[in-house]
Write a protein of this length. Structure first.
Ligand code: C2E
Ligand code: CA
Ligand code: CA
Ligand code: CA
Length: 278
């Protein structure tokens, strides 16, 4: 038994070593990425379901590493949250989005509201909302941006997060609850959080073709959100059938590959200057 214990300990230690090696490597890479300007923002349109007009753009971070190439935010954001780099990254995202909005406005382009993802780790730190608002006020207006938060944020540090959200709301910044239906979804959150928008996670839409039950679940979420006077955004819209279903059920805003992938700034500029995607 002693032998076995030792062996499993060795395995465990090796695994830990692998993990911490990868972690430290990523930690170093992220540090360089911030200093070396390796990040960019892409923009995915959100379309008004009633008339097809571009209503908002979601800013999504992209990392092009000089040797490794494209690294997905799904991979590096969670690590950045653990290492603390998320703070610098998050501040960069707000600054870059503001710079882009200002530049578009300067060209006389009617720029839709840009929604910015805020990590829950970041949101729970004190002062983040003041800092973001300062950044926004320096270049653009509060109504030009929206923040997307997830329910994890509320569980991380409820008191701080609620305070941060309150400050944003008081400054006229709208707040969207992202990925609704995954994780710790609670009806309490819908009622108690100062949110304006509900983004229904794509996993629900992916299932609606399977059964009437899945369809009515989706419909109920739309109705519930509307009864709380929230704007409803459908995430992950990929097919014409989904578009029709969402229109029928009075979903307000549609986002997904059916309309457009996230676009680099020059391509996003062309479509917002048009106002429509197709
Ligand atoms: P998210 O906030 O839920 O963003 C939506 C993700 O779904 C994006 O992936 C987008 O490219 C993808 N998507 C959009 N339409 C469709 C569709 O029709 N079908 C499918 N299959 N996917 C679609 P992306 O850009 O890889 O981002 C992944 C996640 O990384 C985001 O999920 C968000 O949680 C995080 N993230 C991205 N940018 C930022 C950022 O600037 N800050 C923070 N804190 N997190 C970010
Ligand atoms: Ca989002
Ligand atoms: Ca989402
Ligand atoms: Ca997501």
């Amino acid at each position: 038994a002693k032998e076995q214990g030792k062996n499993s300990y060795c395995l465990f230690a090796e695994e830990m070593e692998d993990k911490s090696k990868k972690y430290m490597e990523m930690d170093n890479m992220l540090r360089k990425a911030i200093l070396g300007n390796e990040f960019t923002l892409h923009y995915q349109p959100q379309v008004d379901a009633t008339n097809g007009k571009i209503k908002k753009l979601e800013a999504l971070i992209r990392w092009n590493h000089p040797e490794r190439g494209f690294i997905s935010p799904e991979e590096f954001i969670p690590i950045a949250e653990q290492t603390g780099h998320i703070e610098a990254i998050g501040e960069w995202v707000v600054e870059e989005a503001c710079r882009q909005i200002k530049s578009w406005k300067g060209k006389g382009i009617t720029t839709p509201k840009v929604s910015i993802n805020l990590s829950s780790t970041m949101l729970s730190r004190q002062g983040i909302s003041e800092k973001s608002i300062e950044t926004i006020n320096r270049s653009i207006q509060n109504v030009d941006v929206e923040f997307e938060i997830t329910e994890t944020a509320i569980l991380t540090n409820e008191k701080n997060v609620l305070k941060a959200l309150d400050i944003m709301k008081k400054n006229g910044i709208t707040i969207a609850l992202d990925d609704f239906g995954t994780g710790y979804s609670s009806l309490n959150h819908l009622q108690n959080l100062p949110i304006d928008v509900l983004k229904i996670d794509s996993s629900f839409l992916m299932n609606i073709h399977k059964s009437d039950k899945e369809k009515s679940l989706y419909e109920s979420v739309i109705q519930l959100a509307h009864s709380l006077e929230l704007e409803v955004v459908a995430e992950g819209v990929e097919t014409k059938e989904q578009v029709e279903f969402l229109k029928e059920n009075k979903c307000d805003t549609l986002q997904g590959y059916y309309f457009s992938r996230p676009l680099p700034p020059d391509k996003a500029e062309v479509i917002i200057a048009n106002g429509f995607i197709k």
